[in-house]
Design a protein around this ligand. Structure first.
Ligand code: OGA
Ligand code: MN
Length: 291
């Protein structure tokens, strides 16, 4: 296995190991898992992608999420991002899938609004536009390490509320149905997530982050907004330009990402599988877990 850096301090292209190897060999899994813990974003090029291979690969890392109420393929392992309807027509700008793509263009980490947060996401390109439609990443571990020690001390144990409605409502109040709101009440996490393998801490923030315990709304929004802005300055990011056959996996404990726009008359189709974090992954519960 060979690792080629993609950006400064995080992100690598993995060469010499394919998704299918990880699904079938423990040695390959262990090597890729170690790279994932260390580098946070992994790129595999030229994969023979199918839903089955993507699921088999993802399952090696832990239990898979089922896709949400109200999404394409609800209740399956697949998160489908696709701007065409069942007849193959590109959806209009106010269609739910178009609005969803816009909400994905806010900086976020996946599933921080769920009762079980996500360890990792695996995204494969199925149809990509001629231009645009990139995915941009930043390391919230490096963002944390850049903060002055006094700031880190103040932030370390803050309790942050995450809610899916907070990010969706920034795009359109129509994006979430009452049933979805009901299914996804806000959840609270500590603002920092410590990686149990290497002990490195990352900021755990996202467009879903809506409030902070013991802090007024305006102050909390300003603090969260400022941290996201610092973490996502262009020079700290990696912009992934998709090619056919690409698969990218990221650590939701230690990164944020966002989608980028693409021309409205072009098809983009991506498939995501998402691995749930377990307590072994250092989930930043607010209350100590029962013994
Ligand atoms: C995702 C996501 C952005 C993109 O799949 O979780 O945010 O570029 N995707 O499709
Ligand atoms: Mn996402």
């Amino acid at each position: 296995m060979e690792l080629i850096p993609l950006a400064t301090g995080f992100g690598v292209e993995v060469r010499g190991v394919n998704l299918i190897d990880v699904a079938s060999s423990d040695a390959a899994y262990q090597a890729v898992r170690a790279a994932f813990e260390e580098h946070s974003v992994l790129l595999f090029r030229d994969q023979r992608i199918s839903d089955d291979v993507q699921v088999a690969y993802s399952r090696a890392f832990g239990p898979l999420e089922l896709s949400k109420v109200g999404s394409i393929g609800h209740g399956s392992f697949y998160g489908v991002l696709r701007n065409v309807d069942a007849d193959g027509r590109i959806v209009p700008d106010d269609h739910k899938e178009a609005l969803r793509a816009r909400a994905n263009q806010l900086w976020h980490t996946d599933s921080s609004f769920k009762r079980s947060p996500a360890l990792a996401s695996v995204l494969s390109a199925r149809t990509i536009p001629d231009r645009g439609g990139e995915t941009q990443f930043t390391s919230t571990r490096l963002a944390w390490e850049r903060l002055p020690p006094a700031t880190r001390a103040k932030l370390k144990d803050l309790v942050v509320w995450h809610s899916y409605a907070n990010s969706r409502d920034q795009i359109s109040p129509k994006l979430m149905s009452p049933a979805e709101r009901e299914a996804l009440p806000p959840v609270d996490w500590r603002m920092t997530w410590r990686n149990p393998v290497n002990g490195r801490t990352a900021l755990y923030i996202a467009s879903h982050a809506s409030a902070i315990d013991g802090m007024g709304d305006n102050e909390a929004k300003a603090l969260l907004g400022g941290l996201i802005e610092d973490a996502t300055r262009e020079e700290y990011t990696y912009l992934h330009v998709w090619r056919p056959g690409d698969v990218v996996m990221w650590d939701n404990r230690a990164t944020m990402h966002r989608g980028r726009p693409w021309p409205g008359d072009q098809v983009r189709h991506m498939v995501r599988t998402t691995i749930s974090a377990t307590d072994a992954d250092g989930v930043p519960h607010v209350l100590p877990m029962a013994a």
